[in-house]
Design a protein around this ligand. Sequence first.
Ligand SMILES: [Zn+2]
Length: 180
Amino acid sequence: MSVANIVMEARAAGIQFSVEGDDLLLGAGAPPPPAVLELLSRHKPAILLWLRPGADGWSAEDWHAYFDERAGIAEFDGGLPRDQAEACAYDCCNAEWLERNPVRSLPGRCLGCGGGDHTTDPLVPFGTESTGHVWLHRGCRKAWYEAWKAEAVTALKAMGIHPRAGHAVSTIDLGDTTHG
Ligand SMILES: [Zn+2]
């Protein structure tokens, strides 16, 4: 059973979740079934991981919702087979992550190699006014950009969104055999 299913089941049982710092707060109009409460307390750390917004304001649940939405659009509106639709959705997630996690650096030092501004190899600003600039030597740009994209892959992977088509919909695996 995935953490997404547990959260879905709990919501169906009338439980509302909110996250405050490291605390998972539960609200319910009526006392929820003990079995649901037991499941929640057993998987609290994973649920917290699933629902807590990251530095960019989105939780793992938000990223999965975005992935599902993009995959659905590509599949049903775009007419793509499911695996291609998921590959497309993954690219959207990757691009969105880069958009939501802009990097800025101060002029005078290359963020890639750490070197300074030289007349023969000047530092050049990359980026836009709205996201801010990263200062890099021209020759350092490609490697830095690849590393930044790899960061997006790692961050998405930690939330259960994987680049290979067909694996992207798997949510964070709890590593047990709970049924419910
Ligand atoms: Zn450099």
